[in-house]
Design a protein around this ligand. Structure first.
Ligand code: ADP
Ligand code: UDP
Length: 236
């Protein structure tokens, strides 16, 4: 499948048309941004790692009954996906307090939450992706009631599947962000990526951070951490 016209260049990926109007190619970049684009940098090898890790996890989820946009890995950095109309929400699931939740509610990073927490942010860079609830989502027409119920149901199932799998390679799934999209048929599928850019992964035994917080917080060892995730998941 050949890349056609580029339809979108985001912070971490480019999206291309293909010869098939229902398929896109996503191409992962080494560019890294944080704090809504205020901090910029490069993480060598990130594009390749995030592409391969995302596809590995999308395949796992598909095998457990979660529909996804994944079609086929085309190269180290490029993947063929079903074109979807993205639901403009960042869906966040949290198992352990960290990041913005710790700040907002005064919880120590690493404090276990009694139940997984589901949050929604309105995907809007100009507004800085503000936190919204089901009422805002319905009032703004960002998603309907049935889609929201399905998004919540899929998100908790994804949390269980990924949490259990990652535990087997000694990674604790602290929190993560998902995006969903609609196919022309109206069916809802998981889209975008699941990678160290979009999840908090902590080494279960040492507590070491194996994710983008190393970049956000200038901790060093960013490339090594991403490489370690790839090794544990893909064995290379
Ligand atoms: P951002 O837009 O936040 O800078 P990226 O650089 O990751 O993010 O850009 C990828 C874009 O592609 C995102 O806006 C994402 O919502 C969108 N996207 C992901 N999967 C699909 C898909 N299957 N069909 C259409 N758009 C998609
Ligand atoms: N996240 C993401 N994209 C965003 C915001 C958050 O992938 O635009 C992920 C982030 O990597 C973390 C989870 O969502 O795994 C929760 O992030 P949080 O709200 O704590 O925000 P942050 O601390 O990143 O500002």
């Amino acid at each position: 499948m050949e890349k056609g016209e580029m339809v979108y260049e985001g912070k971490a990926k480019k999206v291309f048309r293909t010869g098939d109007p229902n398929l896109f190619i996503v191409s992962y970049k080494d560019d890294a941004t944080a704090f809504n684009g205020a901090k910029k940098g490069t993480i060598r090898g990130k594009g390749q790692i995030n592409n391969r890790v995302t596809n590995h996890l999308m395949r796992l989820l598909e095998s457990k009954g979660i529909p996804t946009h994944f079609v086929r890995e085309l190269s180290d950095t490029d993947t063929l996906v079903k074109k979807v109309s993205i639901v403009p929400l960042e869906v966040i699931v949290r198992n352990i307090a960290a990041g913005s939740l710790s700040k907002r509610l005064g919880l120590g990073e690493g404090e276990k939450l009694a139940f997984p927490v589901l949050e929604y942010c309105y995907k809007n860079d100009e507004l800085g992706d503000p936190l919204v609830n089901e009422y805002h989502i319905r009032a703004l027409g960002l998603a309907g009631r049935e889609d929201l119920e399905l998004i919540a149901d899929y998100s908790f199932k994804i949390n269980s599947i990924l949490g259990e799998y990652l535990e087997s390679v000694h990674i604790s799934l602290i929190d993560f962000k998902l995006e969903f999209g609609k196919l022309p048929s109206g069916d809802l599928v998981l889209a975008d990526e699941i990678s160290p850019d979009t999840c908090r992964f902590w080494d279960t035994r040492t507590g070491e951070k194996l994710d983008k917080d190393r970049f956000r917080r200038d901790m060093g060892g960013v490339e090594d951490a991403y490489g370690e995730v790839q090794r544990r998941l893909l064995g290379e």
